[in-house]
Write a protein that binds this ligand. Structure first.
Ligand code: SAH
Length: 221
């Protein structure tokens, strides 16, 4: 189904209201984050045969062995970023593009990298049809960051990182925040506050589960 004929009906908006209440009950309180999630039609990121799953607070397969993150997780990571309008945000792991749209709705300029070519292409055409001009997508390896557009105000990793990539800290401005789930089977949501070029502060925020952050561009998709 083409995005141009996708519709955001009152029924979808009602389901989205319920989803917002669910994630609020789970502890998300930032009004700007909740408003952004109210705006973006999550069902646009699903194939038409799976639309009924779009407003459950669950992750869901999006092809190429990848998933669209659980709405609660999207809200949690977004809250940790403490975004102000106009900030430059680097996202690693574009996937469906849903998280990138939430960042754009908060007024951020989004630069997002995906290592799977099929996903990069599919999401590029969806976001173009949806009219998101504040989002730039890149096909590449997120471990390297995006030197030609650095420095960034904040960096968000939406795949499970076995280690914290140095390049991502280097490509942030002092005062920046990196949000990254670190670990193998289960990850600890970690924030790195870049105090200065030589000093960082690390915080941990509980357990999550993401698909792995893999080195290099994928060769099989
Ligand atoms: N933010 C996404 C969630 C996608 S799941 C959304 O809103 O839908 C994580 C994504 O990270 C997958 O698409 C995976 O292919 C991608 N990924 C994994 N390792 C990567 C890397 N090194 N560089 C860029 N993308 C990567």
């Amino acid at each position: 189904m083409k995005a141009s004929i996708r519709q955001d009906t009152y029924r979808h908006q009602g389901l989205r209201n319920q989803l917002i209440r669910t994630i609020q009950k789970k502890g998300i309180s930032d009004p700007a984050v909740l408003a952004a999630m109210q705006k973006v039609p999550r069902h646009f990121f699903f194939d038409s045969s799976f639309l009924e799953y779009a407003y459950e607070d669950q992750p869901f397969p999006i092809g190429a062995g990848q998933t669209i993150s659980q709405p609660y997780t999207v809200a949690f990571q977004t809250s940790l970023l403490m975004i102000s309008k106009g900030e430059k945000i680097l996202e690693i792991g574009t996937g469906s593009g849903y998280q990138a749209c939430i960042l754009a709705e908060l007024g951020a300029k989004v630069f997002s990298i995906e290592r799977q070519k099929t996903l990069y292409e599919k999401t590029s055409s969806l976001l173009a049809e949806m009219g998101y001009q504040r989002i730039k997508l890149f096909y590449g390896d997120g471990y390297k960051g995006l030197l030609s557009y650095a420095p960034f105000d904040k960096v968000l990793v939406t795949a499970a990182a076995p280690r914290i990539p140095e390049a991502l800290i280097r490509q942030m401005k002092p005062g920046g925040i990196l949000v990254i789930p670190v670990g193998d089977d289960i990850q600890i949501m970690t924030t790195i506050h870049k105090i200065s070029e030589t000093e960082i502060r690390k915080e941990e925020h509980g357990h999550f589960r993401f698909v792995p952050m893999l080195e290099d561009k994928a060769r099989d998709h």
